[in-house]
Write a protein that binds this ligand. Structure first.
Ligand SMILES: *Cc1c(COP(=O)(O)O)cnc(C)c1O
Length: 394
């Protein structure tokens, strides 16, 4: 008798293992458990190393199956500790929501709600109604809508207003953001033709003027977010660009990237362009992310002129890019916090973390360092080093 036949005789049957597995069946269901037992027995039968007798009791097989079932369920999203020093880390989920926003999202998730129902008239409502007035109040715009993220916002604007037409953009603004958002590629996928304007370091008003033709749909400016041009540079500010667009009867849009709704200087942070400044300077449409500096859920906001927003919302793509009630509920709660800007650095986690005093960070680092060092195996050690944050408050 060879080893394999010998082993087969020693392996328990599926039924015998199942008899000792009531708890597993109660937790995972009969079908999943018996399938897992079958797979485990198959594995033992075909293992390169013949199983020893001690691997083969029904209890052993059941324990192995329990481990595998557990491991299969262990994947997926889970909380991690962000020690990267980067407050808004795309790989770690960007902005952390304030509790009020998370609670609102939870309520929207587990109860029916008035997502598209007008409780006053008893008629069908519009999901944007839950945030539009707030965005208008905070940015000074006439109308607004929300989609899945800022990339979707840009695609929706361009494919509504510029499909099959030309859009001049400065060569200094043809940037890539986070690897998957590249301005030229986003424009191409929106069906419009990019007309490159100026040079990488310098773009002048006359360059835009020369690029405008009968096929021009709009003028667009992109905030370079994670990239800076320094030295011999020139660009056209949004006010001048909007005026040029209007001279030709065209709209002007700006992709702001991060949605900043308060004066960062008053928070002790370096100046960041404020959404309302762009609206004030005559820009017709702005787009920005909900989960960057704004500190809310993943979303993209389009704000601007009413007539343009109406066309944008009538585009069938809007339906494909719309957000759910959980996102709307969370975003509304975050936006409400902006009505009280004096307390934002306490109430909004993103701004609380960005304005955290260096002394506070250092004190925590010192507290953790010794403890961490005690748990590290040689040759590793832990040390506190100075903060290198770009945004620093003593
Ligand atoms: C981040 C960013 C985007 C993409 O926004 P998402 O919300 O990540 O889709 C687009 N444009 C600019 C300028 C950005 O900074």
């Amino acid at each position: 008798m060879n080893g394999k036949q010998d082993l087969r005789r020693r392996l328990p049957s599926v039924d015998r293992v199942l008899q000792t597995s009531q708890e597993l069946v109660a937790r995972w269901g009969h079908q999943r458990v018996s399938d897992a037992i079958r797979r485990e027995l198959h594995r033992l039968r075909n293992a390169a190393e013949p199983a020893t007798a001690s691997d083969c009791t029904p209890t052993d097989v059941r324990e192995a199956v329990a481990g595998r079932l557990q491991a299969m369920d262990a994947g997926g999203l889970r909380p991690v500790i962000n020690l990267s020093g980067i407050v808004l880390h795309t790989n770690l989920g960007r902005a952390c929501l304030p509790l009020a926003a998370a609670d609102a999202a939870r309520a929207a998730a587990i109860f029916p709600n008035n997502l598209e129902y007008d409780l006053k008239t008893g008629k069908r409502g519009n999901r944007d109604s839950h945030i539009e007035a707030l965005i208008c109040e905070l940015t000074g715009c006439e109308a607004a809508t929300v989609v899945n993220n800022n990339a979707a916002a840009v695609v929706l604007v361009l494919s509504t207003l510029a499909r099959g037409m030309e859009v001049p953009v400065s060569r200094g603004e043809l940037v890539e953001i986070g690897g998957s958002f590249r301005v030229p590629e986003v424009m191409e996928s929106s069906g419009c033709r990019l007309v490159e304007v100026g040079a990488t370091n310098r773009t002048h008003l006359k360059d835009y003027r020369a690029a405008i033709s009968a096929n021009t749909a709009l003028l667009m400016k992109v905030h370079t977010s994670n990239y800076r041009l320094e030295g011999f540079t020139a660009s056209v500010d949004e006010k001048t660009l909007a005026a040029l667009a209007h001279e030709h009867g065209l709209p002007c849009m700006v992709d702001l990237g991060s949605g900043c709704l308060v004066d960062f200087n008053t928070l002790g942070l370096p100046g960041e362009p404020k959404a309302s400044d762009y609206i004030d300077s005559g820009v017709d449409l702005i787009t920005f992310s909900g989960d960057k500096l704004l500190g809310g859920p993943q979303s993209g906001i389009i704000a601007g002129k009413k007539a343009l927003l109406q066309r944008i919302c009538e585009n069938p793509l809007k339906r494909a890019l719309r957000v759910d009630s959980m996102t709307l509920a969370a975003l509304a709660e975050v936006l409400k916090l902006y009505r009280h800007p004096e307390t934002l650095t306490e109430t909004l986690p993103t701004l609380r973390q960005l304005t955290r005093p260096v002394a506070d960070i250092e004190a925590q680092a010192n507290r953790l360092c010794a403890e961490l060092a005690r748990h590290l195996p040689a040759p590793f050690t832990a040390a506190v080093t100075p903060c290198h944050g770009r945004w620093r408050r003593p």
